[in-house]
Write a protein that binds this ligand. Structure first.
Ligand SMILES: Nc1ncnc2c1ncn2[C@@H]1O[C@H](COP(=O)(O)OP(=O)(O)OP(=O)(O)O)[C@@H](O)[C@H]1O
Length: 371
């Protein structure tokens, strides 16, 4: 990556009334023009991280650098970081034009320059014909566009978006996701995007940082994080349903390794070379629901019973009992089996991953390979 636009270095925040750190030593680089999502459930420290970047909270320790320069202690107004919340923070009594102009007006910018900047941002947001509308007459997604526009007119180095689509109806949320993708491209924005919604993170971010209990568990490209989770937590969090995770042991040696837990056993692909210390201990096998399919019985399939069928539009999620092991499998809705049916499962073994039972980290499966 070229020199990062934003560097978060070993950042920590303890609130005086709390015994645990809200943000517990996180590191994150964001490149110019990149969108990184901070993804995690409520209370994991996402908003606190953003608040420290914008300057609303001071870190307990660690550093925040913009273009290589520390901004810790620099007042929010001098950081050139824009923050947009889910609550639109738009003045409803003002027009769209007045709202967009507000941030520049309070900075004492010349009128002609404000007018130019407002026109430019209105154009970018597709709101050029709405400049004279009263904010109180706007719908949710228009209001959110104005809120983003109010920040964009100030030309922030970094745009921070904190759950910006949470207050929108499903259809408006979809439209705004598209709008944000267009903005990212056209304005080349550097964005840190906070969300608890993984579909939003997957569709908007270049990379996703998965947070849990104040820590970043993994930062990875959105395109591969579901298939290549580096940490057991991420494997159990990403995807709907998430990866099947089975705690067990690896048996055998050389070319004939297999994974076993009670009655459930699966041959591992040829050529796997596990660290002997890890192979001797507990491991967790991970297999995405998409990597298992129903198949005619043969020497390579395992028998299973369908316990639950959950239709989900064009597909269905099956919960199966396979030798005492509960598995989730996604199948096409048409031709799905009935509850109670006996089926056979074929496994895409090339898609399986193993995690250390000791560290919860993904294990390299081949000599010299990084997990
Ligand atoms: N001002 C504060 N004083 C004390 N504790 C706080 C304060 N702000 C946040 N916390 C605590 O810090 C932890 C992280 O909160 P934070 O709001 O950053 O999480 P989050 O991931 O953004 O969650 P949410 O999506 O619910 O906002 C929580 O346990 C929260 O209760």
């Amino acid at each position: 990556m070229s020199a990062p636009k934003l560097s978060i270095v070993n950042l920590r925040k303890e609130f005086s009334d709390g015994s645990v750190a809200a943000v517990d030593g996180i590191d994150l680089d964001v490149a110019a023009g990149e969108t990184v999502a901070l993804l995690g459930s409520s209370g994991c420290g996402k908003s606190t991280t953003l608040n420290m970047v914008v300057g609303l909270e001071e870190p307990t320790s660690g550093d925040i650098r913009i273009d290589g320069k520390s901004v810790v202690g620099v007042p929010p107004g001098q950081r050139n970081v824009g923050l947009v919340f889910q609550d639109y923070a738009v003045f409803t009594s003002m027009s769209v034009r007045q709202n967009l102009a507000f941030g520049l007006k309070v900075r004492g910018i010349a009128r002609s320059e404000i007018a130019r900047a407002v026109d430019e941002v209105a154009e970018l947001l597709g709101m050029a014909d709405r400049l004279d509308a009263r904010a109180r007459d706007l719908g949710g997604s228009e209001l959110q566009r104005v809120a983003i526009g109010r920040t964009l007119v100030t030309k922030p180095d970094i745009l921070l978006l904190d759950e910006p689509l949470s207050n929108l109806e499903a259809a408006a949320r979809l439209a705004m996701r598209k709008e944000l993708r267009r903005l990212q491209k056209e304005a080349g924005l550097t964005i840190v995007y906070v969300t608890h919604d993984q579909v939003e993170a997957l569709s908007l971010a270049d990379r996703i940082a998965v947070m849990s209990a104040g820590k970043i568990k993994q930062v990875e490209k959105a395109s591969i994080i579901c298939d290549q989770p580096g940490h057991l937590f991420v494997a159990g969090f990403m995807g709907s349903p998430p990866m099947n995770l089975i705690r067990g042991k690896v048996d055998g040696s050389g070319g004939g390794l297999s994974f076993a837990r009670d009655g459930f056993a699966l041959t591992l692909p040829d050529g796997i070379a596990l660290d002997p210390a890890e192979a001797a201990g507990q491991v967790v096998l991970g297999l995405r629901p998409e990597a298992i399919r129903l198949a005619p019985q043969d020497s390579d399939t395992l028998a299973a019973t369908v316990q639950q069928v959950e239709p989900r539009g064009p597909e269905a999620v099956l919960t199966l009992d396979c030798a005492g092991q509960s598995l989730k499998v996604i199948v096409p809705a048409s031709g799905r089996p009935q509850e109670g049916a006996d089926v056979h499962l074929a496994f895409d073994r090339s898609a399986l991953v193993l995690f250390s039972g000791k560290t919860d980290l993904r294990l390299p499966l081949h000599a010299g390979e990084a997990a």
